[in-house]
Write a protein that binds this ligand. Structure first.
Ligand SMILES: Nc1ncnc2c1ncn2[C@@H]1O[C@H](COP(=O)(O)OP(=O)(O)O)[C@@H](O)[C@H]1O
Ligand SMILES: [Mg+2]
Length: 296
């Protein structure tokens, strides 16, 4: 074989073989981004509490803190990570050494400051990283990614690579127009067609539904019929959330009976019910692969 293919051919063959082996495995875990056009709409808080609620339903959950600007999952939870994914790229740490334990048995990967570097790794480094990510992922059911806000390359990067996208908005006009702007970029430039919308900080179901209807109306009109936005419901405006944040704990843990806590449990149940079937592009290996290949 060496003679027939030459050294370059062997390397290509080995890389393709590695790829095909990775692609053949099952579709666990599910990779979901929690994203928004505007900052401060409640993403990080949603990631933490949704993660915990899914954990309580028996899911093995990894949270990836990928918000470059305001990485704060660790602060929300009163954790102090010593390393981040950059230390994995530099070869100084194994992935398992960088991932920390969060409440309720959640795992947390502090990834924010490594994203730019990820795209710049060379082929061998990428393969090594993919192997590590793949091995670690075998033990997970759901990966929740806090992407940060806006239409920067960092946000787009994770949204394009993930299998499902939860767009968070509240009823402020800027939050809705910015959510639309993010969806528009993902539809027109990256051919993403499916989104889930979660409304935060409202009190009445009707108000939240109105936000959803207005957004879908504009999307239908200007982005064509191919875009589908599923409505996931809303998280109520609840004083218990800022109180829990002050104590650096998840509201679901500190105030399990608060209305927001109940909504997080319902949201987790709903997500479990609408779990997509196995798809090639839903494969976790495919996700990491896209992530290291993407240049946006
Ligand atoms: N449902 C809610 N009810 C009341 N306050 C909320 C709610 N969701 C978020 N907040 C407040 O909004 C602030 C911003 O939330 P955060 O999750 O940090 O937003 P993002 O990650 O989108 O920037 C939090 O500090 C919290 O006090
Ligand atoms: Mg945040």
């Amino acid at each position: 074989m060496d003679q027939a293919l030459g050294l370059k051919g062997v390397i290509n063959y080995q890389q393709d073989l590695a790829s095909s082996m990775l692609m053949d495995s099952d579709s666990r875990p599910r990779v979901i981004t929690v994203t928004s056009g505007k900052g401060g709409v409640g993403k990080s808080n949603i990631v933490v509490n949704l993660g915990l609620a899914l954990r309580r339903l028996g899911q093995k959950v990894l949270i990836v803190d990928a918000d470059l600007g305001l990485a704060n999952i660790d602060i929300l939870l009163g954790l102090a990570p010593r390393f981040n994914i950059k230390d994995v790229f530099s070869g100084e740490k194994k992935l398992a050494e960088v991932i920390i334990d969060g409440p309720g048995g959640m795992k947390i990967l502090p990834a924010a400051s490594g994203i730019q570097e990820m795209a710049e790794l060379d082929g061998t480094q990428k393969l090594l990283l993919l192997n590590e990510l793949d091995n670690y992922s075998e033990s997970l059911d759901t990966v929740l990614i806090d992407t940060g806000a806006g239409i920067s390359s960092n946000v787009i990067y994770f949204n394009v690579a993930a299998q499902e996208r939860i767009v968070v908005a509240n009823n402020e006009p800027t939050s809705i127009t910015d959510a639309y702007a993010l969806i528009k970029v993902l539809v027109t430039k990256y051919a993403e067609k499916r989104f889930k919308l979660l409304i935060n900080c409202l009190s009445q179901p009707k108000e939240a539904e109105l936000v959803y209807r207005n957004l879908t109306k504009v999307a239908d009109r200007f982005l064509g019929g191919e875009v589908s936005i599923d409505y996931l419901g809303f998280i109520p405006l609840d004083e218990a959330i800022p109180k829990a944040i002050l104590k650096q704990q998840a509201v679901l843990e500190l105030f399990p009976r608060a209305s927001a806590s109940r909504s997080f449990t319902e949201l987790a149940q709903k997500l479990m019910e609408i779990k997509p079937g196995p798809r090639l592009d839903g494969n976790i290996k495919f996700f990491w692969r896209r992530l290291v290949k993407l240049k946006v």
